[in-house]
Design a protein around this ligand. Structure first.
Ligand code: GLU
Length: 445
């Protein structure tokens, strides 16, 4: 029989200094421990011990030359966490906060997220502590080339398929894929998030943001409500936030905030015109990592150095980075009347913030369910590449909608409590875990 506290304290001892990984593991193990203790097969197969240990981790040096002719050194990683369900699949993150511990948390989350999609993908993650802030496009190109020169040794279309994440969008995927092809001479589905003109899937750029709104739509529908007219706070301003804002406006909701490391924008008219929404893409492409220019351009308010969770809204969508919503933020949101929190960033909520929202019976969607649309469409991109075919925008979007509604149904089935509250966090963890654990039992050790 497993005990949560002793299992987690052993895990922490084996992984010193990897607090985010321990946080992610604790949340999953807390949700599934009763399921494991009730299942002799999971116990005898040592599923908990095996699922919390990555299959392997690569760490490598990335040397590149900046525009002044100076040599720069970064560290690159690929964490191949678990391939019970299919090839390792998960993004690459280029951000100054990247460490082995943060990529282990992301790779671990990815296992269960990918399982929830119902598609054949294992879990992995990679990246570097490289930051594009203030860098020129040619510096980003030289970094990407050097990174791929090493990464290409470990990946392949049927073994490990990276994609984008924070700091890795269409531009970086282009540079990385270009280098892969230069070295290997192959056109394969080895990366997803490719440009639509060279092997990418339509709707992949929008997929994480669209998927999170489809998931929210299902939550509201289950509660007899709808997105129409909902006032929404979004954090972040990158690819994920952009897709979420676009779909929210199409579905008749009103997004009033976006944010960056410099502060947040409050646009009481709503971020809902083509001009405003496509301006977010320009902000991302500028390499400055700030949102203030939006306020200057569209006469909105800019609140420096603060987060958008102090704005009264019906729904909040953290779309930036892990642990971006604290307990204090969650309390403020609830006291201002917010009833739905849709975690769209990976582990966007601090553990105590999530516990508080669940205790208050606020509907909280965990990132591994709500943001799974991105990786789901990545898998659709792999399918199209394998068949040498392209699907229409409509076809991909329909499939995405269907997958998100399947994830919602799985969370509902495992997370519905006797009092009618849906604990989506618990539901997602149990549904994802069961699929991987069953496969691991069947595959043997
Ligand atoms: N980085 C995204 C995620 O966190 C997408 C991964 C992928 O498409 O492989 O799920």
């Amino acid at each position: 029989m497993y005990n949560l506290e002793s299992f987690i304290s052993e895990l922490a001892k084996r992984n010193p200094g990897q607090d985010e990984f321990i946080q992610a593991a604790k949340e999953v193990v807390a949700s599934v421990i009763d399921v494991v203790n009730d299942n002799p097969q999971y116990i005898s197969n040592k599923i908990l011990e095996r699922i919390t240990e990555p299959d392997r981790v690569f760490s490598f040096k990335v040397e590149w030359e900046d525009d002044n002719g100076d040599i720069q050194v970064n560290r690159g990683y690929r964490v191949q966490f678990n391939n019970a369900l299919g090839p390792y699949k998960g993004g690459l993150r280029f951000h100054s906060s990247v460490t082995l511990g943060s990529l282990k948390f992301l790779g671990f989350e990815q296992i269960f997220k990918n399982a929830l999609t119902g598609l054949p993908m294992g879990g992995g993650k990679g990246g570097s502590d490289f930051s594009a802030r203030g860098r020129s496009d040619s510096e980003i190109l030289r970094f990407c080339r050097s990174f791929m020169t090493e990464l290409q040794k470990y990946i392949g279309p049927d073994t490990d398929v990276p994609a984008g994440d924070i700091g890795v969008g269409a531009r970086e995927i282009g540079f990385l894929y270009g280098q892969y092809k230069r070295i290997r001479g192959e056109n394969t589905g080895v990366l997803t998030g490719k440009g639509a003109g060279w092997g990418g899937s339509l709707v992949r750029p929008e997929a994480t943001g669209f998927g999170t709104m489809y998931f929210a739509d299902e939550m509201l529908r289950t509660a007899g409500d709808s997105l129409k007219g909902k006032r929404i706070a979004v954090s972040g301003f990158g690819n994920v936030a952009w897709g979420a804002v676009l779909k929210a406006s199409q579905l008749g909701a009103k997004v009033v905030t976006i944010s960056g490391p410099d502060g947040y924008i409050l646009d009481e008219d709503g971020i809902n015109t083509d001009q405003k929404i496509s301006y977010m893409l320009q902000l991302r492409a500028s390499n400055n990592d700030i949102v203030k220019p939006y306020a200057d351009r569209f006469k909105a308010q800019f609140i420096p150095g603060r987060k958008p969770w102090e704005v009264p809204v019906d729904m909040a969508f953290p779309c930036a980075i892990q642990n971006e919503m604290t307990l204090e933020d969650a309390r403020t949101l609830v006291s201002n009347g917010c009833r739905y929190v849709i975690e769209t960033s990976n582990m966007g909520l601090c553990a105590d913030a999530a516990d508080y929202l669940i205790e208050k019976e606020i509907s909280l969607a965990p990132g591994k369910a709500a943001n799974a649309g991105g990786v789901a469409v990545s898998c659709l991109e792999m399918s199209q590449n394998a068949q040498h075919l392209f699907w229409t925008r409509d076809e991909v979007d329909q499939r995405l909608r269907h997958i998100m509604s399947g994830i919602h149904a799985a969370c509902l089935k495992e997370g519905l409590q006797d009092d009618g509250y849906v604990n989506y966090v618990r539901g997602a963890n149990i549904a994802g875990f069961r699929r991987v654990a069953d496969a691991m039992c069947q595959l043997g050790y």
